[in-house]
Design a protein around this ligand. Structure first.
Ligand code: PGA
Length: 258
């Protein structure tokens, strides 16, 4: 299975800045077997960056940060995943900021997962418990619920296109009292994701679904998360906006899979 290093740029960088930053990454990041490097810029920069990557025959791939679950229609201000077809290979779905700031529900997440699959885009489905849910012992229920519901609108043969990203909400930078999780605080949840998939859909399906980790990942802690059993890559916010830490994380991933 490939290892994924995904940078989520969130609502940062202008189109020009995104293009220059990507240029830097293209120069510094040399492709490696079994490693997929993906960046998720603002929607407005996607087409420019897609042309840039194509022109340079780069192996870096693009992801959308969000999209609407309908393919077209009267949804002012929205972008459909079918409109992004040919521009992106991946799409982040159900990021905690979508869920908690914009009120995205499990229902919307599963519709978006179905829309991505319908349009041949691989969804990176984010799941994770809040600090309060963890404190009250609800982590396992929340994770199982978010995970199984997100997959409930797609056919089992499409499960191999799906990527899961476990991001404990309390570990995502920018949160009120966020802090990086120690690997032993989150290993049980990584295990739970794998056992839930295996128990519900079978071992063969579970083995083909990559599980990424995200939340305050930086150049110093990336290795510790990447060497956790059951972790197949990283979803990185803050540290993906600077070329040095992001490229260092990519190098760490190369060493771990070598
Ligand atoms: P962070 O963001 O690395 O800045 O914590 C991760 C994410 O939101 O995906």
């Amino acid at each position: 299975m490939k290892t994924f290093v995904v940078g989520n740029w969130k609502m940062n960088l202008t189109v020009g800045e995104s293009s220059l930053f990507l240029q830097k990454l293209q120069k510094k990041i040399k492709p490696a077997k079994n490693l997929e490097v993906v960046v998720a810029p603002s929607a407005i920069a996607l087409q420019t960056l897609s042309l840039q990557l194509e022109r340079n025959k780069s192996k870096i791939k693009l992801a959308a940060q969000n999209f609407h679950y309908r393919d077209y229609g009267a949804f002012t201000g929205e972008i459909s995943v079918s409109q992004l077809h040919g521009i992106i290979k991946y799409a982040i779905v159900g990021h905690s900021e979508r869920r908690h700031i914009f009120g995205e529900t499990n229902r919307e997440v599963k519709m978006k997962v179905a829309a991505a699959i319908r349009n041949n885009i691989r969804p990176i489905i984010c799941i994770g418990e809040t600090e309060g849910e963890r404190a009250s012992g609800e982590t396992a229920d929340v994770i199982r619920d978010q995970l199984l519901s997100s997959l409930s609108e797609i056919d089992v043969e499409d499960f191999k296109k799906v990527i899961i990203a476990y991001e404990p909400v309390w570990a995502i930078s920018g949160g009120k009292s966020s802090r990086a999780a120690a690997p032993d605080e989150v290993i049980d949840v990584i295990r739970l994701i794998h056992t839930t998939l295996a128990d519900t859909y079978g071992k063969e399906i579970e083995e083909n679904i990559p599980v990424l980790y995200g939340g305050s990942v930086n150049a110093d802690n990336a290795g510790a998360y990447l060497t956790m059993k059951g972790v197949n890559g990283l979803l990185i916010g803050g540290a993906s906006l600077m070329s040095e830490p992001f490229c260092d994380i990519v190098e760490t991933a190369k060493r771990v899979i070598a």
